[in-house]
Design a protein. Structure first.
Length: 253
């Protein structure tokens, strides 16, 4: 199921319109109330400043959450390339027939893992995950048969490496599904709406530029956070550089 935050550019447009309308609603509401003067104006400024400060903190925390998840996805890509390359070398310790089979399957599996990072359509992604799962079962079957037929520290080492390959894929999948909670987005956007409403309520004169700056800046911040937090549809994405280098090195062998 897709959410609005899965489409950063759409989120930017929607949030800009929503926040701008909130500011305009504040201006309209001001027409029905008497002007703020003296101490009332000072109290209003305190409330507006506190609300903006709270919004800034939440945006900062959300940005930190998004970058942390991005770094996690990037680290798991490097780990996955490392364990696949290590298992490819370990597979050479098996009998010549089993070694050739496992190494050939690992090359095909590596191709699917590269495609996993570059796929953007759900249908294509489902096919990639299904093919990778089938290759995992085939690789484990060969390693399990070799370890059962001739138990030894060598086959145990190969089996352990294959287990790390399978685990790394699961960790990567979990990292890609680890997103900023919807509740956090709802809270952040709600406070942003309140800030724009208060700004419209507090302005002394209706100025289009003044009422547009805050909604535009906040929408840019939401765009950046959503772009980093979106693994597939953002501009800032984890690219499988380590997996591609490994794939090129295995083709040379």
């Amino acid at each position: 199921m897709h959410h609005l935050t899965d489409f950063p550019r759409v989120l930017f447009v929607v949030s800009l319109i929503l926040l701008w309308l909130s500011a305009q609603a504040g201006v309209s509401l001001r027409k029905w109330t008497r002007p703020l003067e003296g101490e009332e104006r000072e109290d209003f400024n305190i409330v507006l400043t506190a609300t903006l400060t709270l919004l800034g903190l939440i945006i900062g925390f959300s940005f930190s959450m998004a970058t942390g998840r991005y770094d996690q996805r990037k680290n798991y890509e490097a780990i996955e390339a490392n364990v696949i390359g290590t298992e490819y070398v370990r597979a050479g310790l098996l009998s010549s027939e089993d070694a050739a089979t496992v190494q050939d399957l690992l090359k095909k599996y590596l191709t699917q893992r590269v495609l996993f990072y570059t796929a953007r359509r759900e249908q294509q992604l489902s096919q990639i995950v299904a093919e990778a799962g089938q290759l995992q079962r085939q690789m484990w079957s060969v390693v399990q048969s070799a370890a059962t037929a001739k138990p030894s520290p060598v086959t145990a080492l190969v089996a352990s490496g294959m287990n790390e390959v399978l685990d790394s894929e699961g960790y990567t999948q979990a990292a890609w599904e680890n997103r900023i909670p919807t509740q956090a987005w709802s809270l952040m956007i709600s406070i942003a709406v309140c800030c724009c409403l208060l700004m419209g309520l507090g302005v002394r004169r209706k100025r289009v530029v003044l009422l547009t700056v805050l909604p535009f800046v906040l929408s840019i911040a939401f765009l950046l956070i959503a772009d980093i937090d979106s693994p597939r549809r953002g501009v800032i994405r984890v690219r499988p550089e380590n997996l591609k280098r490994l794939s090129q090195s295995l083709r040379v062998r």
